[in-house]
Design a protein around this ligand. Sequence first.
Ligand code: PLP
Length: 460
Amino acid sequence: MLDLARKAAELIVARMDRLPEENAWDGEFRQILADQLMEKPPENGQPAEEVLEQVAHDILPFTTRLDHPRCFGFIPSSPTWPGVLADFMAAGYNINACTWLVASGPSQVELVVIDWFRQWLGYPESAGGVLTSGGSAASVNAFVAARENAGHPERATVYMSNQSHSAQIRAARIIGIRTEHIRMIPVDGRYRLDVEALTRAVSGDRAAGLNPVAVCANAGATSTGAIDPLEAMADYCAGEGIWLHVDAAYGGFAAVTEKGKKLLRGIERADSVGLDAHKWFFQPYEAGCLMVKDVNTLENAFGIHHDVLQDTIWGADHPNFSDRGLQLSRSFRALKIWMSVQVFGMAAFRQAVSNGMDLAARAEDHVRESPVLELLNPASLGVICFRFNPGKNNIDENGLEQINRTILARVFWEDPAFLSSTSLKGIFALRLCIINHNTTWEDVHETLEAVGRFGTEALG
Ligand SMILES: *Cc1c(COP(=O)(O)O)cnc(C)c1O
């Protein structure tokens, strides 16, 4: 057992050492992978060392290396080593963080971590939460709590900006909101929800006999990093008695820094907040969290008596996390967050989060000064949107899109960086999300230079 564990650890550490020299992305087509891997389950076991080798050579390399210092696509992640080991420990100790009876130590650590999150968000003592697989699961739980809190009305509606993550739309569908009752509200020039338009939509729906149950705000929209006007939305929702959920899956952990705390002001007034520690808090997948301002709203929505679990009721001060969301059997997710913070300390986390915001601001300056790059949206949190556009060459919108698609394809296939794109008011935009604690300015700068070079070559 120890030899195998050592072997697995060696493989992981060797990968980390090699990482900066590797491609940020590798993938393979289905047929090639299927030829290698599709088989009947073997009747007899094989030497475990050989199985590990096969995993390291035939399976794990075919991925986006989301922790590569030049991985800027989608939302990257860069887990800490104590976080990785915590998942190993939790599996090895066979923890099921379902109830207090079954896992009191782990439940207490989850309470500790949730209390840290509570303080970072500026939530009151009445707040609580539950760790989830991710932001998507957090949204489903939030919408269930919102709907139950509203008395589970018929003809319910949910509101979000047209920049909201698809996870929000999916969550609304899952809780039974009809697709035509999910309202996508327009945004301003910086991709922030237009509160006037929200007001009009809610009034119109109420006049038509519909029942608004939740408004969803972005605290770090995935495309642009946009933060919706949280204070104004909190004012409005409080006045109307509508649940305000803030999707802070990507941006929420900016709250550990002074700058981020200012940007997210108003988040502490939301009824619920979704967070993803596997994004900007440097944890391995899966590490999401739903926080609610009043923990009773969550337990009222999810707590269900079950005779076969009657021995697990220890009373109000001993929460059963299975009463706060979808899952009964749950992995011990809190351990990775707790262990990383214990090992590195909050100063290191603040520094690492600031690093992302600083690099994104510096990338914005670079794009503004570049004769061939055009800024499409300023840096917000760790995200910046731009494109290749040398200006004076009279290239029409179609031509610009073609060139930028060509650039993206070349970065994808040739360069050891990974970018992704988005669409901003119909314009094809390149996008950097810079939140890896190992990323340096050199990584960002070389990537921007490569975009300029590929663009100039595409022009030719
Ligand atoms: C990533 C993300 C989600 C989805 O979270 P998962 O952890 O992937 O389920 C939702 N909203 C935003 C803003 C995100 O960045």
